[in-house]
Ligand binder design. Structure first.
Ligand code: AMP
Length: 359
């Protein structure tokens, strides 16, 4: 039984780890962050931190022994790292959630194996397999590296007339997956939590708008039919149950409109708190960060009710220079991540605006 006063270990020192640590502190927990980068944003708000590589076995064992439960803020935790940690402390979400979500081929195979729709896909290891996959899936299609892709990195469209060999070259000839292009109307996501006892709670469906492949704005509620939202939540629950998942997860989906009907196609899952759930900090009864802490500690989940119509905007690069103007705006809730340098494309903070719901 984990009690207030226990220590939560967090792998990864970015803004997600930082906001998990802040939620943990609110509930009387201590935190210990493990991250390789000096000056990680989460170090500022945690009682303890370790700077070491994710391959440093001695440092991982020392870290795991010093905490009561370990969680993480990113899905690319190497499986050997997860194995070392879970030998010395409970790890939540579990290693299977990591394995499935860090490899796009395993991920899509797992999801479609549950009877949930994804884009058509095929694994690609070489030019011959790419030719076969293109013949089966057609164009336009998207070639993505199986691992380490994020924010549109490690992927390239193959349109009619494009040279497949050049596309394969462009993604570094890495093991890949070819996906059929989904002609979606909008992108939506479900942020939800599953507790140790199987209890499941989802936030309202979010609608996400991207700019240069990076999340720009999340709006809640999503403008979809109630049946569509219900289906999205059932999809997330099915995935969470199948993984025996504990913690917050996000499921990103494409909303396709065809003959006046709405259809959902799963794009990917994130076994962690998610940028499209930042609106819950102030916009819902329980933030996704608190919910994650509750779940990984084996505590009851909190209420997920929304407190109004919410808009969350990311502050990317120099957007954060506007901090004084945002502070002066009534009703704007500013969150800055404490990053020293505003590089372009870098998530520096976010701002949440909550409006009264239309009657
Ligand atoms: P991902 O890294 O898989 O989240 O992809 C990044 C973005 O590329 C998504 O948010 C979509 O906007 C777009 N995208 C990815 N896969 C597809 C697809 N199969 N069809 C259409 N658009 C896609």
């Amino acid at each position: 039984m984990i009690r207030p006063g226990s220590t939560l270990g967090i792998l990864g020192g970015g803004q997600l780890g930082r906001m998990i640590a802040m939620a943990a502190a609110q509930l009387g927990l201590r935190t210990h962050i493990f991250a390789p980068e000096e000056n990680s944003p989460a170090f500022d708000v945690a009682g303890e931190h370790t700077i070491a590589s994710y391959e440093d076995e001695a440092a991982l064992v020392h870290f795991a022994k010093s905490v009561d439960v370990v969680t993480y803020e990113f899905e690319n935790v190497p499986s050997a790292t997860a194995d070392i940690l879970s030998a010395h402390a409970p790890l939540a979400p579990n290693a299977q959630a990591l394995a499935v979500s860090q490899d796009r081929f395993l991920e899509k195979s797992f999801i479609s194996g549950l009877g949930i729709e994804t884009a058509p896909f095929a694994p690609v290891e070489n030019e011959a397999e790419l030719a076969e996959a293109l013949a089966a899936i057609g164009r336009p299609s998207v070639l993505k590296t199986r691992r380490f892709g994020y924010d549109g990195k490690g992927q390239i469209m193959i349109r009619p007339g494009d040279d497949p060999a050049a596309a394969f070259e462009a993604i570094g000839r890495s093991p890949a997956i070819l996906e059929g292009f989904v002609s979606f109307e909008r992108e939506v996501s479900v942020v939800a939590a599953r507790a140790k006892d199987g209890d499941f709670a989802a936030y309202d469906l979010c609608e996400n708008e991207h700019r240069s492949h990076i999340l720009d704005i999340t709006r809640v509620p999503a403008d979809v039919r109630p049946e569509t939202e219900e289906q999205a939540v059932l999809i997330a629950q099915k995935i969470a149950n199948a993984l025996d998942y504990v913690g917050v997860l996000a499921v990103e989906l494409f909303l396709v409109r065809e003959n006046g009907q709405e259809r959902l196609v799963v794009n990917e899952i994130a076994p962690r708190v998610h940028n499209s759930g930042h609106w819950t900090l102030g916009g819902a009864e329980t933030s996704q960060f608190e919910q994650h802490v509750r779940a990984v500690c084996g505590w009851p989940l909190g209420a997920t009710a929304r407190l109004g119509r919410v808009e969350m905007r990311n502050l990317i690069g120099h957007d954060a220079d506007e901090w004084e103007r945002i502070l002066a705006e009534p009703g704007a809730h500013l969150h800055l991540y404490g990053k020293a340098e505003a590089r372009s494309g870098r998530k520096m903070g976010h701002v949440t605006r909550i409006f009264a719901e239309k009657p």
